[in-house]
Design a protein around this ligand. Structure first.
Ligand code: BDR
Ligand code: CA
Length: 310
């Protein structure tokens, strides 16, 4: 089965890795990229999305420039220490590609074209997604799924002691989305369980299309994690997880709950669910446990599909 994907992202190293997976995966067709501030500025995110498409030799996937600021976190800054000075590790992409840039209303056309075949995957702050849903609510009714990388349930966050970065970055937009849309969530709980280990990175570095790019991306990401979280075998793979779980839901187990987001005070960005024994099921399908070995196996398999030395 083919999955038609409209990717909302903020590339960013793991977002760029997810783009490359979407391009390589035989069961995924990337139909558009909506790109916003987050790991990098909005302007840089556009250049970076264009760059990855250019490396892939793709000219027909539209890039939709979207949000430049959060609706609720006005001091949100880029993260060059994690993602590199331009957000792509050691790569400084030239900023003069023509690119296939189109207007925000293209999201509406994509929703109408693909309808029940369309999956939206959100890998960043939900500002642009909230804006699109607020504008095109009727068109959203027909689509298949919205899958979100974000949130941290009953575990430490990565942006604050209790908040995950994507949700913290625009907690109001996240609250809005979780209030009105059914989603599938791949939270930090599972996206931080698989890493780019040195052995995996070595194999990826030999990738015929993206090897050099991946090497340059992951060198900076790895150095950051080595210094700041030396107990980990490598940097976490966060943003590739929703794509893999979309294609193979059995990689994960799930709980179904309503999700609330705290939008102010010390707990800002915290994602809350009720898991008490008497609590009821809710509207979101939350990936709860993951088979990390199988996940990485499927990742590598998809990346190398179609190459003789697979
Ligand atoms: C998320 O935050 C961003 O830095 C990553 O790209 C990922 O989407 C992980 O919390
Ligand atoms: Ca991201």
């Amino acid at each position: 089965m083919k999955h038609y994907v409209l990717l909302f992202c903020d590339p960013g190293i793991d977002d760029a890795m997810a783009m490359m997976l979407a391009i390589m995966h035989p069961q995924i067709e990337l139909v558009g990229i909506v790109t916003s501030y987050g790991n990098v500025t909005k302007e840089q995110s556009i250049i970076n999305a264009d760059y990855i498409l250019k490396v892939a030799g793709i000219t027909d996937v539209p890039v939709i420039p979207a949000a430049f600021r959060s609706f609720s976190e006005f001091d949100e800054e880029a993260y060059p220490e994690i993602h590199g000075s331009a957000g792509l590790g050691s790569i400084i992409p030239p900023n003069h590609f023509p690119g296939n840039r189109v207007g925000f209303d293209t999201i509406r056309s994509i929703l109408l074209t693909y309808k029940q075949n369309l999956t939206i995957i959100e890998l960043g702050r939900m500002t642009a997604l909230a804006k699109a849903f607020n504008l095109f609510e009727n068109e959203f009714r027909y689509i298949k799924n919205v899958i979100v990388m974000g949130g941290a349930f009953f575990m430490p966050g990565n942006r604050t002691p209790i908040a995950e970065a994507n949700i913290y970055g625009d907690s109001v937009s996240a609250k809005f989305i979780f209030n009105y849309l059914n989603t599938i969530i791949t939270p930090l709980n599972i996206t931080s369980q698989a890493m780019f280990t040195p052995a995996l990175m070595q194999r990826l570095a030999s990738h015929p299309k993206f090897g050099k790019t991946i090497q340059a991306l992951l060198s900076v990401y790895t150095a950051y994690y080595k210094e700041n979280q030396p107990h980990l075998p490598g940097p976490p793979i966060h943003d590739i997880v929703p794509l893999l779980v979309m294609v193979q839901p059995s990689l994960s187990t799930y709980v179904y709950r309503d999700v609330d987001v705290i939008t102010n005070g010390k707990a800002k960005g915290m994602t809350m669910i009720d898991l008490r024994t008497m609590s009821e099921e809710g509207r979101h399908k939350i990936a709860w446990t993951v088979n990390a070995d199988r996940l990485l196996h499927e990742y590598e398999r998809a990346m190398f599909t179609g190459y003789a030395d697979e």
